[in-house]
Design a protein around this ligand. Structure first.
Ligand code: NG1
Ligand code: ZN
Length: 553
């Protein structure tokens, strides 16, 4: 009864705006910030219930990633640090759309009963960590989230301030595993494991002459500021990280800057230009969970040479494969490897066809999932080492517990014998990678450090890396539609099953081009149908995309 009146009184402060139909999409709820207060309040309730149900720390992140600054959004991190379990998404939708406080309370009561959630009681309070990006609307939405969490008896909101999305996910995961779960612990772990990788570079970490500078575009978001802090802690020799568009210079979040802009438009972000010809450049998105690299090929053009998520994945895969093969070498007097490490690579249909061919040619198992981190992450977690990336730069490397335990044991075993120093180093490198790279979600900051360490290790320039394979020309378009749910896809979004007839028409278009590949899917974050096309020349890719876009219109 106390619970009921608490909910009714707080809910009345957050009416659902007229005509607003929020839906929990690829990345939680996203919309124009001014309509989101009721949604964020309700997600606060949901996060509190999730914390009670799991008796664990849960995360709530207020961000709209690469969207324009006037948008905002909210998503929930589960105890593992991953995305909210998909089973709860329908409840999230129902809560967000409840028309009145009475409806809302009824939904909650039913759900609490069905899920057998114990409210309140004498038990220790469960915690929801609330983070936000740098958007001005974040502060008012934070208040809404706190009120939502606070209106569930037995749950408490902890404001962890302005963070990158991956930092919040990391902290949730760490909180449920150990006591060292602060932002400082995160930064410490990243810098320690990075230094360890650099110390293990054959012949030392000396940079290639003239190749020691990295210029990073922070998208005028939270990532640049955090990278500056990390840089101080790293105290790097021979690697100079220059952060631009950190938000301090007055630029607007995601406007003409950031990983999404760079990857989709393939032009230099503002703050970059002819002075950067030949320099290694990287771009983060607004909440620093995406990372792409690029170079400026010539003084006279705004075009860039993109090194996207597929290529970051390929770099990681090459390095990990190398370490595994060192580990697998049976040295004299050594028992050799006694663990069959299963390594897998996970991509979506947006992965450039050339990258998939390259990875398969390396002998790796490659699987496709639908768009959305939750699908990629889930698939990658079935391997001992699962590497996943979206072409747009969101990805990470997951290590299984049994494999990590085996690596630790192997490392101990090898430290006591004279043989196999190379194997021991390989084991140490893999352990360092598992600590450096975020185990919860894709993380641009840890991604940068891993890319930089691997380039040093290989002695590769960004050019050498970029030459691993040549991207097939590709084109992305979006078509505004009244009802994006009318398009239904199958086979990891590579085929349309509804409306009838479209798939046949797409196939007929594809057949006109050499190396043609094309698919359409409804966006999970915007009211559009996305079209992706690939073909052997730029013109062909463009023309395939636009002819298929006409089929949708
Ligand atoms: P949608 O709008 O569903 O295509 C976009 C990205 C996803 C993912 C989400 C969440 C593309 C084609 N799609 O999803 O990969 O990053 O945003 O941010 O880039
Ligand atoms: Zn993002």
């Amino acid at each position: 009864e106390e619970q009921r009146s608490l909910l009714l009184s707080s809910a009345s402060q957050f009416p659902l705006p007229d005509g607003f139909k929020p839906s929990y999409g690829t990345a939680g709820f996203r919309a124009e910030a001014s309509v989101l207060r009721s949604t964020v309040y309700r997600v606060g309730i949901l996060a509190a219930l999730r914390a009670l149900k799991t008796q664990s720390v849960i995360g709530l992140m207020i961000t709209a990633s690469h969207n324009q600054v006037s948008d905002n959004g909210v998503k929930v991190a589960d105890p593992s640090g991953g995305m909210l379990t998909q089973d709860w998404e329908p409840f999230a939708d129902a809560l967000a759309n409840a028309p009145t406080p009475d409806h809302l309370v009824r939904l909650i009561t039913e759900f609490v009963e069905a899920e057998k959630i114990e409210l309140g009681g004498e038990k220790k309070k469960v915690e929801v960590l609330v983070g936000r990006d740098t958007r001005p609307s974040g502060l008012s939405l934070l208040e809404a989230a706190k009120l939502g969490i606070g209106s569930i008896i037995g749950a408490v909101a902890i404001d962890v301030g302005i963070l990158t999305t991956p930092q919040l996910h990391w902290m949730v995961r760490a909180s449920n595993r150990s006591t060292q779960a602060s932002e400082f612990d995160y930064l410490e772990q990243l810098s320690r494991s990075f230094r360890c990788l650099m110390d293990l570079i054959p012949g030392g970490a000396e940079s290639n002459e003239g190749d020691d500078k990295l210029a990073v575009d922070g998208a005028n978001g939270v990532g640049g500021e955090k990278l500056l802090v990390l840089k101080e802690m790293l105290n790097l020799k021979g690697l100079e990280i220059e952060v631009r568009n950190s938000g301090r210079e007055g630029g607007v979040l995601n406007e003409g800057v950031g990983a999404d802009f760079v990857q989709k438009e393939k032009v230099v972000p503002s703050g970059f230009g002819s002075q950067d010809v030949g320099i290694r450049c990287a771009s983060l998105d607004g909440d620093a969970d995406r990372l792409v690299y690029f170079t400026v090929p010539s003084k006279n053009s705004s075009k860039i040479e993109l090194v996207d998520g597929d290529k970051i994945l390929s770099l990681f895969a090459v390095f990990i494969k190398e370490q595994l093969s060192i580990l697998n070498k049976v040295a004299d007097g050594n028992t050799g490897n006694d663990y069959q490490c299963r390594i897998g690579v996970v991509q979506t249909a947006y992965a450039n066809g050339a990258s998939t061919d390259y990875l398969k040619q390396l002998g790796l198992e490659v699987v496709l999932t639908p768009t959305g981190v939750k699908y990629l992450h889930e698939k990658a977690s079935i391997y001992d080492i699962g590497i996943y990336f979206e072409a747009n730069g969101h990805g990470t490397i997951l290590f299984s517990e049994p494999f990590l335990l085996w690596l630790e044991a192997k490392n101990d075993e090898l430290s006591s014998v004279a043989q196999g120093p190379e194997q021991r180093k390989a084991a140490l490198r893999l352990l360092a990678v598992s600590k450096l790279i975020n185990q919860a979600v894709g993380d641009a900051l840890s991604g940068i450090l891993l890319v930089e360490a691997i380039l040093r290790h290989m002695g590769w320039s960004i050019h050498k890396w970029s030459e691993l394979y040549h991207d097939l020309p590709s084109k992305q378009l979006k078509v505004k539609v009244v009802d994006r749910t009318a398009v239904v896809t199958a086979n990891a979004e590579t085929e349309v099953v509804k409306p009838p007839g479209i798939q046949e028409a797409i196939k007929a278009e594809i057949a006109k081009y050499s190396k043609g590949r094309c698919f359409i899917r409804p966006s999970g974050t915007e009211d559009v149908i996305r079209v992706y096309a690939e073909a052997s020349t730029r013109d062909e890719a463009d023309s395939l995309a636009s002819s298929v876009a006409k089929l949708v219109d």
